[in-house]
Design a protein around this ligand. Structure first.
Ligand code: MN
Length: 544
């Protein structure tokens, strides 16, 4: 089960109680079915939702700002971790066995130091003119291991080559100009050459072809801080292998590395990857620890996040980056708003009062009984969306499901509704911006951008006090965000209707839509409480 990808479940932006509770309840149902699912919210929850989640002791879902694909969504290549001191020989063997022919060089804390590819190593051998600098930082143990040598005198402490590597191919009396202080000298079994090398100040003798070394040579070496090792390889091979023992940090690329973060978004790193020509790019986490390598191949085979949309089906009301996600399902009770998917999906759209009604029905269909608190939030969402069954969108099925869920939750529906309404909004302490975006939806009606906010308030004096500021804010926002119509619905269950405040680009749209006088950009519409059924369709007709 841990291998199944996470399914992100969320309702619309400016979430209402139905969006949040349906996402939570549907994620639970998905988990019952063996999926890995998690509910998210696309914005701040409102006071009513806060009351509901508190009442049923459920956590507020995490905020999800975008569903764009991140590196962490991909199966990036894991890599060999090499220590900086490792010999080129060993590094070569390790890298050769990987798919992407690249390895990360990391320090003891697994922090990225550089990267090394096979070609970094081979170009090292084509470019050699002097190996002096490289040998200075080569650990003795690398050389011993690479040459398969046996240490006869001295140790890592004495090993401080400050010169070059040289083959003592000449007679001892001809050595002086070639062998110098701090050199590594490759020498055979000639005792006079061995002694002469030590006298000239060699730091290390490598006896090739398994040559013999006398006791007094060893003693002289100890006295002169000279290291002696013996190997079975011939001199030519030793000369080659010596180069393979230098540490990988000498050849690794470490400057101007293109390094990505595990949480980087694919669309942001794509350009950088297409512009540069590296085979693979290291990916690190917050601690700069290497998590793997990403290649161009991953961009093609990218695995997007999986999403289920509840309580909405229009891209404009949904999350940023939705076009990158793989939509698995849509569970909704709104008009079909034009999301296009790449493959068939489970799309359940029912003309009922709330998404929670549909989710409750799915529990019943599957014969799975929700936990009491899940049944409780489903009730709350149904009551909230149907205005306690008073909205014209409310159907018999909403009442039926609410009763079923109330029984499981052991809840008195009427008493709970009253308490919930008391605890939802009071517009007195809210700014015009907070009122508009309390429950705000954006629509594209025949290519016209329309925004409609809705809130419930039965307090006429509070509304009168807020009216002027709200109208001013609506007009400002209309201009700034280029809306065609921007509208605020203040629904009053007591008066059984809604006060409509609005701003419009083209005079008369709203009065034509509702066939009402709107001299002051404000009107009371009797019996109108549903944005979806009693507002949007009429605007849609006028906005041709
Ligand atoms: Mn809804």
């Amino acid at each position: 089960m841990a291998n199944k990808p996470l399914i992100y479940i969320f309702g619309h932006k400016n979430p209402d109680t139905d969006s949040i509770c349906s996402a939570i309840a549907y994620a639970e149902l998905k988990k019952f079915q063996g999926h890995q699912a998690k509910p998210f919210r696309l914005g701040k929850i409102n006071k009513e939702t806060e009351f509901v989640l508190n009442y049923f002791d459920l956590p507020v879902p995490d905020y999800l700002p975008t569903i764009r694909t991140q590196i962490s969504d991909l199966d990036i290549d894991l890599v060999e971790h090499l220590s900086p001191q490792l010999s080129l020989r060993t590094a070569w063997d390790k890298i050769k066995s990987t798919n992407i022919k690249v390895a990360a060089v990391v320090d003891e804390n697994e922090t990225l130091q550089g990267i090394v590819t096979l070609s970094d190593i081979t170009s090292r051998f084509m470019d050699i003119l002097s190996n002096t600098e490289a040998l200075k930082v080569t650990p003795l143990k690398n050389i011993v291991k690479t040459l398969n040598a046996q240490l006869l005198a001295g140790s890592e402490k004495q090993f401080k080559p400050s010169g070059k590597a040289v083959i003592a191919a000449m007679t001892p009396d001809g050595m002086a100009p070639f062998v110098g202080q701090g050199d590594i000298v490759l020498v055979g079994n000639r005792k006079d050459s061995q002694l002469k090398s030590i006298e000239e100040g060699a730091n290390c003798l490598i006896i090739t072809c398994g040559g013999s070394v006398d006791e007094d040579v060893l003693r002289k070496a100890e006295n002169n801080n000279c290291v002696i090792m013996r190997t079975g390889h011939d001199t030519y091979t030793v000369a080659l292998l010596l180069n393979q023992s230098i540490p990988v940090e000498i050849v690794m690329a470490k400057d101007n590395l293109a390094v990505f973060h595990i949480n980087d978004y694919i669309d942001e790193i794509k350009d950088e990857m297409l512009q540069s020509r590296h085979r693979a790019y290291p990916v690190v986490d917050n601690n700069n620890q290497i998590r793997g390598f990403i290649t161009r191949y991953h961009l093609i085979s990218k695995k997007d996040k999986q999403a289920i949309l509840v309580d909405h089906n229009e891209a404009s009301q949904s999350i940023d980056g939705l076009e990158q996600a793989q939509i698995l399902e849509i569970i909704d009770h709104h008009r079909i708003g034009g999301i296009i998917t790449g493959s068939p999906i489970y799309f359940k759209n029912e003309a009922v009062g709330s998404t929670a009604t549909i989710v409750s029905g799915l529990y019943l269909d599957l014969k799975i009984e929700p936990a009491a608190n899940i049944a409780g939030i489903l009730c709350a969402a149904i009551i909230s969306d149907t205005m306690h069954f008073k909205s014209p969108t409310s159907t018999g099925k909403d009442k039926y499901m609410a009763d079923k869920m109330a029984k499981i939750a052991n809840l008195d529906l009427d008493a709970f509704s009253g308490e919930m309404l008391d605890n939802s909004s009071s517009i007195k302490s809210m700014s015009p911006e907070e009122i508009l975006y309390y429950d705000f939806k954006e629509f594209f009606l025949n290519k016209h951008k329309v925004g409609i906010g809705q809130i419930t308030s039965s307090n006429i004096s509070e509304l009168d006090a807020a009216r002027e500021g709200l109208l001013l804010y609506l007009n400002e926002t209309l201009e700034k965000q280029d809306f065609h119509v921007l509208m605020m619905i203040i629904s009053d269950p007591m008066r059984d209707g809604s006060e409509i405040l609005f701003a419009e680009k083209e005079k008369g749209i709203v009065s034509r839509a509702f066939n009402a006088d709107s001299a002051d950009s404000s009107m009371f519409l009797e019996g109108v409480v549903s944005r979806k059924k009693q507002i949007v369709p009429f605007l849609n007709t006028v906005l041709q």
